[in-house]
Every structure is written in C-alpha cells, then in structure tokens.
Design a protein around this ligand. Sequence first.
Ligand code: GLU
Length: 353
Amino acid sequence: MCGIVGYLGDRQAEQILYEGLRRLEYRGYDSAGMCVISPEKELTCIRVVGNLDALGRELENVDLNGNVGIGHTRWATHGAPTRINAHPHLDCKNDVAVVHNGIIENFVQLRAELIASGHEFRSQTDTETIAHLIEEHYTDDLAQALCTALKRVDGAFAIVAVHRDQPGVLVAARRDSPLVLGVGDGEYFVASAVPAFLSQTRSVLFLEDNELLEVDHGGYNLTDLDGHRMTRQLAEVEWDLDAAEKGGYEDFMLKEINEQPKNLENFLKARINKATNRIAFEEQHIPEETLKNITNISVVACGTAYHAGFVGKYIIESLCAIPVAVDVSSEFRYRDLLIDKNTLVIAISQSGE
Ligand code: GLU
C-alpha cells in the first residue's frame, strides 16, 4: 500500500501535497517524494528514504515552485526502500513524472521490451515501466498516452502523472487501487483517500476501476480507458476527519478487518509466478532441501498476532501435516524449548512489538 496525492490549482502545490501526504502516512513510510511542475515547464523532483519527517527536512532546502504537482509515500513491493526506488518515477528524458500505488504484474516483460527499444531504467521498481510506457506513446496528449500505456499493463494501479510539456494538466487512473478526486474552488486534488484533502474540500468523485481522469485549470474530464466520456455526480463527504480516516467504518478495527481480503490478494498477487503457477517468496532464502526436512513448526507471536498464529496453525497442519506449536513471544525465551535443527520458527511481528 502507498499514499498518493496530486494538486492542480492557483496555490503553491508543495505545502498542500505535503499536508495531504501527512494524512496518508499510515499507507506507507519507507520512502517519500514529490514532484512539482512550474508554468515555465520546470519539473522539480525530491525523493528521500524514510518517512515524511525526512521529506519535510529535504523540502526546507529546496524551492519547489509550481501550482501543479504529485506526491507519494511508499511502502515498497518491488525494489528496496532506497532513494532511487522512491516515487515519483521519471522517463528517460525527465519529461514525465509518475506516482503509483499497486503492482504492475507484467513489469518484467514490459521492462525487457522497453530496454530493448532503448529506454534506460534507473530503479528496480515495477512503477518506472509506466513512466517509460508513457514516454513511448506520448505525442502531445498525456491522457491519451496514459490510456495507451495502461492497455499494456496487467495488475493493480492508482496512478497520477504530469508531463513537462503540459504544465497545466494532471492525469490519473485506477484499477483495483483506490483513487478519489476532490473539487475545490478552481482547484483540484487527487488522492488515495479522502482525508488527504478533507480540510480543503468536501466535494468528491470516487473513481471506478479502469477510469481515467484529466484535470486542467478549466475543469476535469472523466473517461474510460478507451476515451469514452463518463458522467458521475460529485458527492459531498459528510464524515469528519476522524471518520474519514477510518474510511467510513466505525473504528479502525472494522476497517482493517474489511481490508484484509484485498490486502491479502495484493500481497499474494505480487508473488505469483504466472509461468510456473506457484507462489514464490523472493525474500525467502531457505533451500528447498531444508524445507523438505522440517518436522515441526513453532509460531512465536504476541497480542493479536498470537491469535493469527493459531489460525496459521490450523491451516498449516491441514495443508502440510506438520505439527505446529504457537507460543507467546515474551515467554518463549524462558521455556525449555523442544526445538531442533528441523524445526521451522515463524516469528510474527506487529507494529509496536
Ligand atoms: N509497486 C510500487 C513500488 O514498489 C508501489 C508500491 C505500493 O503501492 O505498495 O514502488
């Protein structure tokens, strides 16, 4: 999950983007970035490793002049949390800047194709392929280029993009990742979630899957990915900020419970190898032979994660026929442990523990 924001209006974009990202920080905090485009067609990008405090410190040293811009707070899926992998991502000529939430499942193939046709990649992310695809298809219309680019893309995305040659245009599109437009007085906000701009406007339009939004100083245009115009009434958000941060749910627990299927789906999607039809965990380096010799599994966790461990026990025992013990982690080190070299220990961490 990541947080994305976009702004187009008469005010300086930097502070509005930063405040928007602050409201979305829960969606990702391993790195962050921002790109602002000035009416003189100057595109300035800042990217940092770390959370929004780090971005804030960096912004003190730079003058981001412009009233159109995009921002991102990242929770990496492809490529380590480094400055180079932080969003926004650019094309070869530094004309296009893109922020993305989601996973481009066919990025390996797209990247190879783009490299073969001369594009130079700087990052290890799946996202950078979108910037190069736009570059490949751009003539003079960013919305059109994004539409064409997205026809090539499998996977989940919420994207916001700007192009140096169209400094008064912001485009955005989504499939399987949330995106919402906020309409103010002569200004527009795009974000992963309403809290990003709730202090600015309550008039919103929630994008549906496979919709594309083009915003300029005269208004906005909503189409499907074939360019057919879509019409939808703006909605008024009646929640206060607290309720908006909970996505309309009564409390965070309900929100998180309801988000679990989608989060699990996104997590697994990134790890399904379509060629072999298997789930492959790149981060997991235990040799196949060692895995085959496992005789016991010990799950170590606390709090809610301890209960999740019990659900895991039932699933693992039924799928693998290997006995699973679940331990409260704070007690684990004090016990006489019956574990040996063929025991797999799964430690579940959760924030704060
Ligand atoms: N796949 C992108 C990345 O790794 C976006 C991550 C996300 O939305 O969670 O940079």
